[in-house]
Design a protein around this ligand. Structure first.
Ligand SMILES: [Zn+2]
Length: 448
């Protein structure tokens, strides 16, 4: 159908540094994708030690204001880093890796007329339950009876949750488009050098000078694009939810080379590398999964009659950078953080358990309830209209969509396919329900 041929290119070994002609192989290996964004693949046969070292103090850190959110939320860290990044906000809130605002779990309890009153601060109901089970015996001076433990479980289940969302905090950051574009071009050039032995014939000295020495203006390179006819990144992202990638479009019809860098599957930068390209119509793609895996290159050659694969829309302005940063931080600390938290919670609940138990189902239900509650709040914030979903409705829906059937399987192995399906089903339901509620809220706002 599409008139093209493709090949898997082999990595090049350069005799001398493509920037300065310096000595190779280098002593220090260079990451293809920056290690700050989880890049792992390294080579010593593209650029020399002097050039490599020149990027480290500033250029390699240019995307940290953007990447730190994704890295924090999913607890990702670079190869040479001890921990995933911590985020500090303007209100001096510290957000630990895993989008965890620094909260010390605490519990206030008192007993009056034989009744227990308590108020706790904890990341989830399971932690609150553990706090009660630990502290109440100390307060009473004896261990808890079975009926009291049951009573605590019921009470925690019914406890009202007040959530503080990390997404509502104010952030302050400074960005530098010049350093960002140098980091972008540097990464793209490394991918080109690795797989296209002729790339230097098409790249002008001003591109190399900007990338290596910062000579020139970032706005000569940074562009927004449209009509992406061939989008290898989109196809790649279906198999790799989190990745870094470079896509270079060689376009003889308008004499351009346009290239794109994607960082952590979220941050997109398009650059224009040449306005005088004369060569075949081709596309180079290089991708690397964030969670580890091999560097995957692909070279496509198209017939000249093929429509342009991508076109320049306009030059980027500083507002574009700022808007993207705001959006990224909101998505990361909002929905992405809740999702990451739900996954961690489920992992924790299933850890060390071999069979379905009452406790497992309760903890799972709590995790889902607090996920829905928080997502509802976030969606209300985003859409600007209140999403109403009572806890009774949530519970009923969860029971109808897997939990009731799971209760009938108490004692069965958690690795049985039926149990696995029943653990997944409520999550899938919750997602579709939240999307539906969001749509309803949106249409209410547009048509009150
Ligand atoms: Zn060099």
């Amino acid at each position: 159908m599409i008139d093209h041929k493709y090949s898997i290119p082999t990595p090049q070994r350069w005799e001398t540094c493509f920037y300065c002609g310096g000595h190779l192989p280098a002593k220090n290996k260079e990451h293809i994708f920056n290690s700050n964004w989880t890049g792992k693949h390294k080579t010593g046969s593209l650029i020399c030690d002097v050039c490599n070292a020149a990027f480290a103090p500033e250029v390699d850190k240019a995307f940290l204001p953007y990447t730190k959110y994704q890295m924090n939320v999913w607890s990702l860290k670079g190869e040479r880093h001890k921990d995933a990044p911590t985020i500090k906000t303007k209100e001096k809130i510290v957000i630990r890796p895993g989008a965890q605002p620094e909260v010390t779990p605490s519990l206030n309890l008192h007993i009056e007329d034989g009744k227990l009153y308590y108020k706790g601060k904890a990341p989830n109901k399971a932690t609150l339950r553990r706090l009660l089970n630990d502290q109440l015996p100390l307060k009473l001076g004896r261990s808890l009876r079975e009926d009291e433990i049951q009573q605590i479980n019921i009470s925690v289940r019914q406890a009202e949750i007040h959530t503080e969302l990390a997404g509502s905090v104010q952030l302050h950051d400074s960005i530098d488009p010049s350093l960002e574009m140098r980091s972008t071009i540097h990464t793209i050039l490394k991918c080109m050098a690795l797989y296209d032995p002729k790339f230097r014939e098409h790249i002008f000295k001003d591109v190399l000078d900007f990338s290596r020495y910062g000579i020139g203006d970032w706005s000569s390179f940074a562009v927004q694009t449209h009509s992406i006819v061939v989008d290898v990144v989109a196809a790649y992202s279906k198999n790799n939810p989190d990745y870094n990638a470079v896509e270079v479009h060689y376009l003889p019809a308008n004499k351009q080379i346009l290239a794109r860098l994607v960082i952590l599957g979220q941050i997109n930068r398009w650059v224009i590398l040449s306005n005088e390209y004369e060569g075949p119509f081709q596309l180079l793609f290089v991708g690397e999964p964030s969670l580890g895996g091999i560097l995957e290159p692909l070279f496509l050659t198209f017939a000249d009659s093929f429509p342009l694969s991508v076109q320049v829309d306009r030059v980027m302005v500083i507002d574009d950078f700022a808007k993207e940063l705001v959006q990224l931080s909101q998505i990361a600390l909002g929905p992405d953080a809740q999702l990451a938290n739900l996954f961690r919670c489920i992992e924790q609940i299933l850890k060390g358990k071999s069979h379905v138990t009452v406790e497992l189902i309760e903890e799972y239900r709590d995790a889902l309830l607090s996920f829905i509650t928080n997502m509802g709040k976030i969606q209300s914030q985003i859409t600007g209209s209140f999403i109403s979903y009572s806890e009774e409705d949530m519970l009923r829906d969860l029971m109808d969509n897997g939990l009731a059937e799971l209760e009938a399987l108490i004692g069965q192995s958690i690795v049985s396919p039926k149990v696995a399906e029943l653990i997944t089903r409520p999550i899938l339901f919750v997602f579709s329900r939240l999307i539906q509620l969001g749509k309803e809220a949106k249409s209410r706002r547009e048509d009150p």
